[in-house]
Design a protein around this ligand. Sequence first.
Ligand code: PDD
Length: 296
Amino acid sequence: MLTSWIDGRYLPHRRARVSVDDRAFLFADAVYEVVAVYDGRFIDARLHMERLANSLDGLRIAPPMTSRALSLVARELLRRNRLRHGYLYLQITRGSAPRWHGFPDPPVRATVFMSVTHKPAPGESPARADDVVSMPDERWQRCDLKTTSLLANCLAMQDAIDAGGSSPWLVAEDGTVREGASSNAWIVTRDGVLVTHPLCRNILGGCTRGRILRLARELQLRVEERGFSRDEAGEAAEAFISSSTSFVRPVVSLDGEVIGDGGAGEVSLRLYEAFIDSLRRGDDLTSGLDDNDIRH
Ligand code: PDD
């Protein structure tokens, strides 16, 4: 039985509850983080805390706990669940109040929730590949904030599955591929350039994305942070997605058309290996939840 933590209490996951007046339930008025855990350690914890602070700030939710306090709970949750590999889920909502669109005045106590998910240790090569389906990006204008308002992402995911794929790539009106439903999108052009969308309000700045960019530079790959179109992706030598739950996952087809030779590409595999190697080495430029206080 998994143990979760909600508003100050550790308890069996199935007994964790929020009020029907919680604004996350009523309005998806909440932010979240998914932090990878490798060998009992949080990966890129400080980046996740910085992004959490930015998301809270974007929604004007006052941080309810210091990052030190969040860190203590998170570590204790790993210990109680004996989590070696997997991830931590952390959600902060604006709290519970009678249903009204404006913020509760005076502000109410935020709801804070954490849970963990066990996963097998990542292998020497990616466990699976994706068949991606392009979809119009129908999300709002602040995709840089990690909010739980994910309905457009969920619908796109299901549409991709219904179309025979495994996940969507969300495409802007001008044809630019922005990102996946819960991942960043990458291609490797036929002349070997690694390309991903630049940071802006239309994509989430992935922590995994940042680590991959650093590793790519170490591997002396040519990297371009620029928009690429769905058509350019169709012509690419390789494609992959990145996230805290999939690390580097090859994309083998786009809209039913094979990408490259239809298998995991060479650059994608090199990046996957470098990624896992960096986790094994404990190479964490941003270690420590503790020394970065999200409360002002
Ligand atoms: N999603 N883009 C979107 C829309 C995401 O939801 C995510 C992460 C990413 C990748 O971010 P990171 O590398 O920091 O995980 C990009 C998480 C895993 C989720 O919603 O489950």
